[in-house]
Design a protein around this ligand. Structure first.
Ligand SMILES: NC(=O)C1=CN([C@@H]2O[C@H](COP(=O)(O)OP(=O)(O)OC[C@H]3O[C@@H](n4cnc5c(N)ncnc54)[C@H](O)[C@@H]3O)[C@@H](O)[C@H]2O)[C@@H](O)CC1
Ligand SMILES: Nc1ncnc2c1ncn2[C@@H]1O[C@H](COP(=O)(O)OP(=O)(O)O)[C@@H](O)[C@H]1O
Ligand SMILES: [Mg+2]
Length: 272
C-alpha cells in the first residue's frame, strides 16, 4: 500500500488568500459530547477552530456549555436537543459522534441530524455515530461522507474482526461503503478513490481524545480545502506529524497539545 506523501500534503495546505473572510474557510458544526463525554466535544471543536475553520459551532449537552465557552470563546455553542435543522442548512461540514453515547438520546440526536443533512454537505461520522449505524439504529445519510472508525468500530461497521483486518480486506469492505473511510490504527489506512497508509504516528497518540481531535482537523481541512481524498490524507498526516514532533521529547502526545500546535504547523506547511 502506498503511503501518504508529503508533497500531496503541501499541495493541499496553501497560504490563505488575502481577499477572504471567515465564510471563505468553511462553516463547521460539531455534534458531540453527552453528559459524560464533554471532553470529546471540546477536543473536536477546538481542533476545528485551531485547524483553521472559519466558523465553528458545537451542538452538545447543556452541561458542557460553560466549559466550552470558557475554553474556546471562538466557537458558538447550542443545545444538541434543540431543533438544529436551520443551523445544519448553513454548514459546509458536520462532525457527528465524538462522545455522543449510544443511548436513546444519542439515537434521537443522530437521526434528527441525519434527516436534516443536505447531499452537498460533508459529514464526518465518528465514534458512537458509527457504532449506532453499525447496529442499524440510524440510516446512512445522503451526503459526502468521511468515516473515522478505530479498529473496534471498523469491526462493528464492516463485520471484519480486528485480527482479519488487512489492507486487502479493509479495501474490499470500504468499497461497499459510500464516501471516504479512514480506518484508524497504529498505521491508519485511508480508502477513497485511492488507498493509502499513513506512515506517521506512534504509541504516544494512544490516549483518549486522539481520535476526537482528528475529526476536528478533518472538518477544518474539508471546510478550507474541499472534499477530496488528498484533503483527508493531509488531515491524517498533520494529526500524526504534530504528535510525532511532540513525541521527540514527550512520552505521551496529549490531544490538547496537538491542537495547540496546529496553527504553527499549518503555517510551516503552507510555506513549503
Ligand atoms: N474526553 C472524552 O470525553 C473522551 C471521550 N471518548 C468517547 O468515548 C466514546 C467511547 O469510545 P471508545 O473508543 O473508548 O469505545 P469503543 O467501545 O467504541 O471502543 C474501545 C474498545 O476497542 C478496543 N480497541 C481495539 N483496537 C482499537 C484501536 N485500534 N483503537 C481504539 N480502540 C481499540 C479498545 O481496547 C476498547 O476496548 C466515544 O464516543 C469517544 O468519542 C473517548 O474519545 C475518550 C475521551
Ligand atoms: N500506537 C499508535 N500508533 C499510532 N497512532 C495511534 C496509536 N494509538 C492511537 N493512535 C491514533 O490515535 C487516534 C485514536 O483514535 P480513537 O481510538 O478514536 O480515539 P478517541 O476516541 O479516544 O479520541 C487515531 O488517529 C489513531 O490512529
Ligand atoms: Mg474515537
Amino acid at each position: 500500500m502506498e503511503t501518504i506523501n508529503l508533497t500531496t500534503v503541501q499541495t493541499v495546505v496553501r497560504p490563505r488568500p488575502q481577499q477572504s473572510h471567515k465564510g471563505t474557510f468553511g462553516r463547521v458544526l460539531v455534534v458531540a459530547g453527552n453528559q459524560q463525554y464533554g471532553g470529546a466535544a471540546i477536543l473536536s471543536t477546538s481542533a476545528a477552530v485551531y485547524g483553521g475553520a472559519g466558523l465553528v459551532t458545537v451542538a452538545t449537552d447543556p452541561i458542557n456549555h460553560p466549559a466550552l465557552h470558557a475554553r474556546l470563546p471562538e466557537a458558538m455553542v447550542v443545545d444538541y436537543q434543540s431543533d438544529l435543522s436551520a443551523l445544519i442548512q448553513q454548514q459546509d461540514v458536520i462532525v457527528i459522534g465524538p462522545g455522543l453515547g449510544t443511548d436513546d438520546l444519542a439515537k434521537s440526536v443522530l437521526q434528527r441530524v441525519f434527516a436534516a443533512v443536505l447531499p452537498t454537505q460533508t459529514v464526518v461520522v465518528d465514534g458512537a455515530a458509527i457504532t449506532l449505524i453499525a447496529a442499524k439504529q440510524a440510516q446512512v445519510p445522503k451526503a459526502q461522507l468521511i468515516w473515522t472508525p478505530h479498529q473496534m468500530e471498523w469491526q462493528r461497521l464492516s463485520g471484519i474482526v480486528i485480527a482479519d483486518q488487512t489492507p486487502e480486506t479493509n479495501a474490499k469492505a470500504a468499497a461497499t461503503i459510500p464516501g471516504i473511510v479512514v480506518v484508524k490504527s497504529h498505521r491508519t489506512q485511508i480508502f477513497g478513490q485511492t488507498a493509502v497508509e499513513n506512515p506517521g504516528g506512534s504509541a504516544a497518540m494512544a490516549t483518549g481524545g486522539s481520535g476526537d481531535t482528528l475529526t476536528g482537523i478533518i472538518a477544518a481541512f474539508v471546510g478550507q480545502f474541499g472534499y477530496h481524498d488528498q484533503v483527508v490524507q493531509a488531515a491524517v498526516y498533520t494529526h500524526s506529524a504534530i504528535a510525532d514532533e511532540l513525541a521527540q521529547s514527550q512520552y505521551v502526545a496529549l490531544p490538547s497539545q496537538v491542537i495547540a500546535a496546529l496553527p504553527k504547523f499549518l503555517k510551516t506547511l503552507s510555506q513549503a
